[in-house]
Write a protein that binds this ligand. Sequence first.
Ligand code: ADP
Length: 472
Amino acid sequence: MIRKTSLMLTLILVVTLIGYAWGSPAKTINTDVVVVGAGGAGLTAAITAKEAGADVVVVEKMMIIGGNTLRATGGLNAAGTVYQDKAGIKDSPDVHYEDTMKGGRYENVPELVRTMVDNAAAAVEWLNDLGANLIQVNLSGGSTNARSHAPEGGGAVGPAVVMTLQNAAKERGIEVLTQTKAAEVLVEGGQVAGIRCETKDGELIVKAKAVVIATGGYGANPDMVVKYRPDLKGFATTNHPGATGDGIDMAIRIGAATCQIGSIQTHPTVVPVSGIMITEAVRGQGAILINREGKRFIDELQTRDVVSEAILAQEGGSAFLVFDQGVRERLKAIEDYANQGLLTEAGSLQELGDKLGVSGEVLAETVAGYNKFVADKSDPDCGRQHLDYELNKAPYYAVEVTPAVHHTMGGLAINTKAEVLDEDGKAIPGLYAAGEVTGGVHGANRLGGNAVADIIVYGRIAGAEAAAFSGK
Ligand code: ADP
């Protein structure tokens, strides 16, 4: 009897130990639609699917939601809104379409652009009904008309959009599971069946009839950037750390195709490590770029790719943006940089050079030479065309800059219903994608203000289509 009991106990022990060795069984939840990623596109899709009657679960791998959307500083491009009307701005989706195609060097997928521009005004209305208050209309680079919708008072669009969507999701009882990383799209019997996630408590299976991938871009994944764009080796990034392209990999593994995957927008003047972007307007208002020898090396107002390459070719792969008090007075944005402690300030160029570890004497010579080019309206050194302001008003300022990956414009191939396409151009039933994870909307170059338009328009489409596919 005693022998039998101890045998039983040993057996139970062994089974338990084997159980531990294999890891505890995955927890499973069931829903109609699962959305991967709680940035602007994902939250928009979730709210839309929920409003259509579907049960929705959102998984987010980071501790906080918002992704790159939270970092969007401009606005939402939309043509034909009541806010443009009120401001007396005449605009139309057709002009928005043409601007977007021209900006993207006509490499954009035309029907994706058409869908975005035709639905952008409704996207602004939808967000404002949720309380976003995007009523100020600004002009943005590459746009014929002012159509970039920002919060009243001109604040950054990203935080306003994320906060609005977060509140709306909460009010609707949508479950957002943070620190939950999707690792695989599940397929059963040839059908998308949900996702497998990794959490700090082990594996989680979310069974769903439809999956929306809204994981954003891959701008914070240097290996992936170099894989698709070897020329961008060594570039820093303006992206949040979660922009690692997970959704692209996951979808490719179940047969998804990509579209213009190597299309990446870089920004030449970004503060190393912090990833804070220094607007081009600083150079536009007269700042010059100098290297560690204290010398200029490029026409500072060349296109982003050319300036980026030139900076990377300098010692240390970075340069200093140098300007005077006159530039600071002409550009309000500089106050932000000063408040964030990004600027090195000095009473003279000699002193500024010394503070930067660059010969003050050479720097003073370089600026004196540049001021002469401004006076002569000719820059034989670097061929700068815009020679409007001399740099002669103390104090002088500098900020170290290096090029950085800004937006990954390529991604998963989708159609106008936000369905993910396979290599034959056929929709993968039940799989949807929206936002920066997708490719084709922006072509070779994205216009400022079109990313937010893209995520809201396609987030809404993906949410509605996924809900319908799930039978709701
Ligand atoms: P978009 O602008 O397209 O909405 P964002 O960058 O704003 O893109 O948001 C994408 C979100 O997806 C981010 O919050 C990011 O952390 C999240 N994300 C990325 N990969 C995963 C993953 N594997 N599982 C869950 N969430 C993810």
